[in-house]
Design a protein around this ligand. Structure first.
Ligand code: UDP
Ligand code: MN
Length: 376
């Protein structure tokens, strides 16, 4: 006689095991995922050393990003650890493993991931200098287009800083005065792009970012893009302007918000994405005219495409916001934002329309003047 009861038990047992295995894989997968975004400086250094010494799997360094900080608690300690690590390597005059991790065919060594020139908290000077004073001050080391690259080592980050701009002349002078020494100290290979919207129509910050991205890539194969409001000045040079594995929201702690992150998904102000990340989310939306919404739409795009927003901790990602007149808010911003998801694949880099009016390689910045066209 067939033992139907036993067979039934067997099936139930098998089903339970299958469900348990799926659950385990799910749990284990999320643990791994979590680990992936919380590598510590030490673990990356260890990974790297293993890679150097034994030629095993390549470490996940990307664009010189030393640590992915979100979700860790004592981040400041991690950062100072890696800073001290580099300093001790520098003083030992021992060619650091970290400085060598990219195969570099030239005689000049690669720069360390974290520059030995960093100071930590820095002053934000709000006295405005004239443009020719700044040119005289930085002229000995800047290249036309507001570009710089370290001379004694090969930078691990080739970065375009994209600034949307119109009619904020005083903010711009303070921005340039602050940012050039800041970026130089980080040993970045960078250029500053000021993308100016022509005309008096509603400002479109997001579209200017798309223009900046597109135009900068005509000049050079930048791998990392920092999208930067002109009125935000970083207060700590450990806030590295490179592109980590995940898109990074940089302006976490702004003085006017009492140095607190206003909400978790915020992606406005300053953010960093690799070229490939920016392309994969189809850039910013072109549909936000006037103030508001475009940064939240970008945040949604980033999350929708399975990225995580990474951030430095609040004691490092500190910014001063400069004063300016207020823009008129876009009354349709919520509507456009809510409908955003339907448009990610058609609204962005692939629907960008503009007329390039002028490109000028000034000493302090590459100036790109554009007339924006509403996408049809
Ligand atoms: N912006 C500009 N001119 C304008 C409006 C905006 O240059 O008339 C640029 C500038 O880079 C500014 C950013 O867009 O920092 C964000 O705009 P705004 O400062 O008005 O927005 P907030 O974030 O301060 O509300
Ligand atoms: Mn502002």
């Amino acid at each position: 006689m067939v033992p139907w009861g036993a067979l039934n038990h067997l099936y139930k047992g098998l089903a339970t095991i299958v469900i348990a295995l799926i659950a385990l894989q799910y749990l284990f997968g999320s643990v791994l995922e979590n680990r992936r975004t919380t590598d510590t400086a030490e673990s990356l250094i260890a990974q790297y050393n293993r890679y150097r010494n034994h030629n095993i799997s390549k470490p996940r360094f990307y664009q010189g990003a030393p640590i992915s900080i979100e979700k860790t608690n004592n981040n400041s300690i991690l950062i100072s650890t890696i800073l001290n690590y580099n300093k001790s390597q520098a003083t030992n005059n021992n060619s650091s493993n970290l400085t060598q991790f990219n195969e570099n065919p030239s005689a000049i060594p690669n720069c360390p991931i974290v520059s030995p020139d960093l100071e930590g908290p820095i002053q934000v000077n709000k006295t405005i200098s004239k443009i020719n004073e700044l040119e005289a001050q930085f002229g000995s080391w800047l290249q036309p287009g507001g570009a710089y690259a370290p001379t004694n080592c090969v930078s691990q980050s080739v970065v375009a800083v994209i600034v949307p701009y119109r009619d904020r002349a005083e903010n711009l002078l303070l921005f340039l005065a602050h940012m050039h020494p800041f970026l130089k100290k980080q040993q970045l290979d960078y250029a500053i792009y000021i993308i100016e919207q022509d005309g008096t129509g509603p400002f479109n910050r997001a579209m200017l970012m798309n223009v900046g991205f597109t135009e900068a890539l005509k000049h050079r194969q930048y791998q990392c893009f920092i999208f930067h409001d002109v009125d935000l000045l970083p207060e700590d040079d450990r806030n590295l302007y490179n592109c980590p594995e995940q898109p990074r929201h940089m302006s976490v702690a702004v003085d006017i918000f009492k140095y607190r992150l206003p909400y978790q998904t915020l992606f406005g102000g300053v953010c960093a994405l690799t070229r490939d990340q920016f392309i994969s989310v189809n850039g910013f939306s072109n549909m936000f005219w006037g103030w508001g919404g475009e940064d939240d739409d970008m945040s949604n795009r980033v999350i929708y495409h399975n990225y995580h927003i990474s951030r430095y901790p609040v004691n490092i990602a500190r910014y001063t916001m400069l004063t300016h007149h207020k823009q008129k808010a876009n009354p349709k911003r919520y509507e456009t934002l809510v409908e955003g998801k339907k448009r990610y694949s058609q609204d962005g880099l692939n629907s960008l329309k503009y007329t390039l009016k002028q490109t000028k390689f000034n000493l302090l910045y590459t100036w790109v003047l554009v007339e924006l066209h509403a996408p049809s």
